[in-house]
Design a protein around this ligand. Structure first.
Ligand SMILES: [Zn+2]
Length: 256
């Protein structure tokens, strides 16, 4: 049958054929409707209306409110034709539906019939094996830091002296606190995270918690702060004394 003849077929009649094919294998009308609605964006009431009108099969697809973008994931052979290779776009839409109903009749579970988008392809760094969304993503290509020293060494060379200063100031101020990496950041810990820091392009982020930021608000006036975070830009000398005092404050107040 040529394409034009298929397009001119009465939608109501085609629907009967699809329904019969599925019903013979024990699938329900609700399932047939679910498949049609998933593919075309019509709702069940629309489908019923189209069945009882004199709409032709081609127009049913031409008028479809929202063809499912994931339908391109439908692949394979139906009625002896490979659907993904059909050139006529309207015919391809029609064969997509044939294929879905065919799968229904073959007992395929609904969640597999209604294709879901696969996860976007990730780029895997050939050196360290970590995966990233963006190809060639800039990253620290080594093992994930497990200590503060490793963290500092994983950062750009020009930033490392700043990180060392921050770390030394905290260490000198709260020598009893345990050093670790938490949320991928250098962390001083005593029963809970007291203070953390991390390197950014233009600043070091210091994270003493919102109460500390509030307590030191006056002396932090010249720095950009947000809830619990202080930005220490590389463009200014690091306020090492203040960092030590903030760390001490965090330790003192951690029990409250
Ligand atoms: Zn890598």
């Amino acid at each position: 049958m040529d394409n034009e003849k298929v397009f001119q077929m009465d939608f109501g009649k085609v629907y009967e054929l699809l329904l019969n094919k599925a019903a013979k294998k024990g699938r329900t009308k609700a399932e047939v409707d679910e498949v049609i609605c998933w593919l075309t964006g019509y709702d069940t009431a629309d489908v019923e209306k189209s069945r009882s009108s004199d709409l032709c099969y081609g127009d049913f697809f031409r008028n479809a409110p929202a063809l499912n973008p994931n339908r391109t994931l439908i692949k394979g052979v139906v009625c002896g034709i490979r659907v993904e290779e059909i050139e006529d776009p309207l015919m391809r839409e029609i064969r997509y539906l044939d294929k879905l109903i065919d799968e229904l009749a073959k007992g395929r579970p609904m969640e597999k019939i209604l294709r879901k988008q696969e996860k976007p392809a990730m780029w895997v760094c050939p050196q360290c094996g970590r995966s990233f969304r963006r190809k060639g993503q800039d990253h620290y290509c080594g093992k994930v830091p497990e200590t503060i020293e490793e963290y500092i060494l994983s950062q750009p060379e020009e930033v490392q002296p700043y990180l060392c200063q921050v770390n030394d100031a905290i260490k000198a101020s709260i020598p009893d606190a345990k050093q670790k990496i938490s949320w991928s950041m250098p962390t001083y810990w005593k029963g809970r995270n007291l203070i953390q820091f991390a390197a950014f392009k233009r600043h070091i982020g210091l994270y003493p918690g919102p109460e500390a930021v509030e307590a030191f608000a006056d002396r932090l006036a010249e720095y950009k702060t947000s809830k619990g975070a202080i930005q220490l830009p590389y463009s200014k000398p690091l306020p090492v004394e203040l960092i030590g005092e903030v760390a001490a404050w965090c330790e003192r107040n951690s029990q409250k």
